[in-house]
Design a protein around this ligand. Sequence first.
Ligand code: 5GP
Length: 203
Amino acid sequence: MTACFFVFEVIVIKELEDKILKEGQVLPGNVLKVGSFLNQQIDIDILMKMGAEIARLYADSGVNKILTVEASGIAVAVAAANFLKTPIVFAKKSRSSNVTGEVYSAKVESFTHGTVNNIIVSKDFLKRDDRVLIVDDFLANGNALVGLSDLVRDAGATIVGAAVAIEKGFQKGGDDLRAKGMRIESLAIIDNMSDGEIVFRQQ
Ligand code: 5GP
């Protein structure tokens, strides 16, 4: 059984890395564009495999809720929640008319837009007894994960860890958060893409 799971883990990571190499585009400013399978068009096959792998990693964590931030974290969160059988809560980047009542809020600087968003989540959807897994598509400087962690802490809930599809390991977010004791699981970690060539960390 364990060997079988290990094979699955290796296959998912390899498939994701191959997809990144084939379809990813390195843009100026250390941005990796993966619009063809994750950020605009979504490849359901690789998405669901990523979800299954995140669920495998957090199977014993007692997670009962997944928290992400709109928009591009939602797909990965849905895939993971499908296997973990939990609801998903997604923080919004602006207060729309369907967010009523009291909210938890945190300031997050957007890596791709360079703007600062006040992310909010209704107090109805994060409770003290929740055990929360934070999910996102990318981890770069860690601002999104820190902001989402702040929302969980404000609710008095427990963070079981975070899972991201792609970590850019040459940026500081992953190292900083792990040094603070947070469990971070990244399906693919890019160690270098400075010359347009993508180099993955051997995990
Ligand atoms: P952080 O907050 O860790 O600096 O950046 C993570 C957030 O910025 C993610 O929610 C993701 O949407 C976005 N992001 C950061 N780096 C990249 C990237 O290289 N490509 C894409 N598509 N999004 C990124």
